[in-house]
Design a protein around this ligand. Structure first.
Ligand code: PLP
Length: 398
C-alpha cells in the first residue's frame, strides 16, 4: 500500500452523523425542508451573541492587520491569555496564570494536543472514557498513541459507575476524559460523582506511583438549565487539564477557537505546559485564529440565548415521555438521549426516518439501544416533529 491505511480508514468511513446530514439535505429537496425533522447535528441553532459581531466590526475598524490577521505566538496572544486567566480566576478561584493557558482551534484541537502531550511516545498507555462518549475520542486517543478504555455508566441516570471506573484503572492508565455536560446524554455529573471520580484517581495514582491526568472536555459548560452547577474539576483534582471551546458557548463552531488550561497545582505544571506547546507544534497548529483570539477577549462575559434550547428540551422531554419514550431529563448541552423502542437502535433510526425524523443511533457512543436527539434546532422543527414522534411510538405499541 502506498499510503497510510489507518488514515484511509478514517477518511473513507463516513460517520453516521454525516451520512444522516447528507440524507437530510436530499430529503429536504424532495419534500421541503419544513417536512424533514433533522435532529442529527450538534450545530448551534441560536446565533452568536450581538457582542461578537460588534467586536469584530470594532476590531476591524481600530486594530492593525498584524494583530488581527498575523501570526500570534504559538501559545496565543499574551493579552488574550491574561484576560482568560483573570476570567477563570474570577469564576473559579483556582490561581490560574496566563502562562498556563494555551489557545487552540477548539475542543477537538485541545483534546488532541492534551492527549499527545501526556502519552508516552512509546505507546501502550490507556485513556478511560465514560460511556456514552463523544465518538471522536477514539480517534484522538489512538492518534496520540493511546488505547481507549470504556467505562459503562449507571443505568437510567447515566452518571459514572464508580466501581466500574475503578476496575478499569491499571498501571497503564495515563488519562481520563470527563465530559460534562455530556454529549450525547446531556447529563451533568453531580458534585458527588466528581468527588468520587477524583477520590479514586488520587488513590490509584498513589497506588501505581504515577500521575493520572484528568482531562475535562468542556465545550458545553455554559449550556446548563435550571441553575445546575457544573463543578470545576481543577478544584477537586490537581492534575487536571481543561479543554475549553467557544464553539457551543458562543455559537462559533466554524471559527475554531478554544484553549487548554493547565491547573497551577498540577505536578510539573510548567513542564506539562511545555509538552502542550510541543504537541501543538508537532501536530502543526501554528497558532489559534488571531482575529478570534481578540474577539474572545472582548466577549468573555457574553452569553448565547440558552432559553431557546431550554424551551426545545422541555417541549421534547415533556411530550416524548408522555408518548412512552424513556430518557433521562438532561440538565445541559442540547441533546436528549432516548431509549430506542426496540433493541437495535439502528433499526429504530430507520423506523423514525419513515416518519421524517432524523436521530442518531448511539452504538458508536459506547451505549447500545439508544438514539441521540440534537435539539439545537428551531422551535418549529420541534413542534413539527412532535406528532411524528407520537405516531412512531404508537406504531411500536401495535
Ligand atoms: N467534545 C465534545 C463532547 C463535543 O461534542 C465536541 C463537538 O461537538 C467537541 C469536543 C469538539 O468541539 P470543537 O468544535 O470545539 O472542536
Amino acid at each position: 500500500m502506498n499510503y497510510n491505511e489507518k488514515m484511509f480508514g478514517l477518511g473513507s468511513k463516513r460517520s453516521i452523523i454525516r451520512e444522516i446530514f447528507e440524507y437530510s439535505k436530499m430529503r429536504a429537496q424532495e419534500i421541503g425542508k419544513e417536512n424533514v425533522f433533522d435532529f442529527s447535528l450538534g450545530n448551534p441553532s441560536v446565533p452568536a451573541p450581538a457582542e461578537v459581531n460588534e467586536s469584530i466590526k470594532k476590531l476591524l475598524e481600530t486594530e492593525s492587520s498584524v494583530l488581527l490577521h498575523g501570526y500570534t505566538s504559538a501559545q496565543g496572544d499574551l493579552g488574550v491569555r491574561t484576560s482568560i486567566s483573570d476570567n477563570i480566576n474570577a469564576r473559579f478561584g483556582v490561581g490560574m496564570a496566563p502562562n498556563l493557558i494555551y489557545m487552540t482551534c477548539g475542543a477537538a484541537a485541545s483534546l488532541s494536543i492534551s492527549l499527545k502531550a501526556v502519552f508516552d511516545e512509546k505507546g501502550g498507555e490507556e485513556c478511560i472514557v465514560f460511556a456514552p462518549f463523544f465518538t471522536e475520542y477514539r480517534v484522538f486517543i489512538e492518534n496520540a498513541g493511546g488505547k481507549i478504555v470504556v467505562s459503562q455508566p449507571l443505568e437510567k441516570t447515566f452518571q459514572v459507575d464508580i466501581d466500574d471506573f475503578e476496575s478499569k484503572i491499571n498501571e497503564k492508565t495515563r488519562a481520563v476524559i470527563v465530559n460534562s455536560p455530556n454529549n450525547p446524554s446531556g447529563v451533568v455529573y453531580t458534585e458527588e460523582t466528581v468527588k468520587a471520580i477524583c477520590e479514586v484517581l488520587k488513590r490509584k495514582s498513589a497506588e501505581y506511583g504515577k500521575v493520572i491526568y484528568l482531562i475535562a472536555d468542556e465545550p458545553y459548560r455554559e449550556l446548563v438549565y435550571s441553575g445546575v452547577d457544573v463543578p470545576y474539576l481543577m478544584n477537586y483534582y490537581d492534575n487536571t487539564l481543561v479543554c475549553y471551546s467557544y464553539s457551543k458557548s458562543l455559537s462559533l463552531p466554524g471559527e475554531r477557537i478554544g484553549y487548554i488550561a493547565v491547573s497551577p497545582k498540577m505536578q510539573d505544571a510548567v513542564n506539562i505546559y511545555l509538552c502542550i506547546c510541543g504537541a501543538g507544534r508537532s501536530l502543526g497548529y501554528v497558532c489559534a485564529p488571531s482575529l478570534f483570539q481578540q474577539v474572545i477577549k472582548n466577549c468573555l462575559n457574553a452569553k448565547v440565548n440558552i432559553e431557546a434550547y431550554r424551551e426545545n428540551r422541555d417541549l421534547l422531554y415533556d411530550n416524548l415521555t408522555k408518548y412512552g419514550y424513556e430518557c433521562v431529563k438532561p440538565d445541559g448541552a442540547f441533546y436528549l438521549f432516548v431509549k430506542a423502542l426496540e433493541d437495535d437502535a439502528y433499526k429504530f433510526y430507520e423506523a423514525a426516518k419513515k416518519h421524517e425524523i432524523l436521530v442518531v443511533p448511539c452504538d458508536d457512543f459506547g451505549v447500545s439501544g439508544y438514539v441521540r436527539i440534537a435539539y439545537c434546532t428551531s422551535k418549529e422543527t420541534v413542534l413539527g416533529a412532535l406528532p411524528a414522534f407520537k405516531a412512531l411510538a404508537e406504531e411500536y405499541k401495535k
